[in-house]
Ligand binder design. Structure first.
Ligand SMILES: [Zn+2]
Length: 207
């Protein structure tokens, strides 16, 4: 399984020969980064098998890309207003309603992706709201924003989900990190070899 960071809080997930773009194209909302043009072009030329967005905040969602994808492929983008589960090849994508962290001002869904591995892609879902969902399968990989690992208590909760690997997204630009998020996260996760903070465009091969 390969995970490539393509956006502020988004990835291209490749598993069992299926490619799934999750919150994977976005514009820039400082202090967070946007999808660079080369990656955007690549994702337009090599269209993923599935495109999904957790919510419509612009650091997670790009309307232009979503519309173009639907037009070019005649396939629906999975998003809060169109969130049926689907199966492509051996990969099953199950959206479920979840609450946005902090201000609850937007519809939000998270995803369980199951193939050879089980991935939870949580978007900006509140950790406590996820903890209260019963019956979720144990993840191999958890893909979450930094708020899941910037304090000891949030990281303890994150670790309780039982994932082998934790991929942290939504990190601010290093040169625009006024709240010291990198330092907080580094302190919290130090010594835990299962945590990854991919740079933009970086790929992780996980199993
Ligand atoms: Zn958001």
């Amino acid at each position: 399984m390969r995970i490539t960071r393509t956006a502020n809080a988004g990835i291209l997930l490749q598993m069992d020969n299926i490619s799934i773009l999750l919150d994977g194209v976005c514009g820039q909302i400082p202090p967070y980064c946007s999808t660079p043009n080369n990656l955007r072009n690549e994702l337009t030329v090599n269209l993923p098998d599935i495109v999904a967005f957790t919510h419509y905040h612009l650091d997670h969602y790009d309307e232009q890309y979503a519309k173009a994808y639907e037009k070019l492929t005649s396939r629906n983008v999975v998003q809060p207003n169109n969130c049926d589960s689907l199966k492509v090849g051996n990969v099953f994508v199950q959206p479920f309603k979840s609450r946005h962290i902090g201000k609850n001002d937007v519809s939000h869904i998270s995803f369980i992706i199951k193939g050879s591995y089980c991935v939870w892609f949580l978007g900006d879902a509140s950790p406590l709201s996820i903890k209260s969902v019963v019956g979720l399968p144990t993840p191999d990989v958890l893909v979450v924003p930094y708020a899941y690992a910037n304090t000891d208590s949030s990281f303890k909760l994150t670790r309780s989900f039982g994932a082998k690997h934790i991929v942290l997204l939504h990190m601010p630009l290093r040169e625009n990190d006024a709240y010291g998020i990198y330092d907080d996260v580094k302190k919290t996760v130090q010594g835990d070899s299962g945590v990854y903070i991919p740079e933009m465009g970086e790929s992780l091969d996980l199993n």
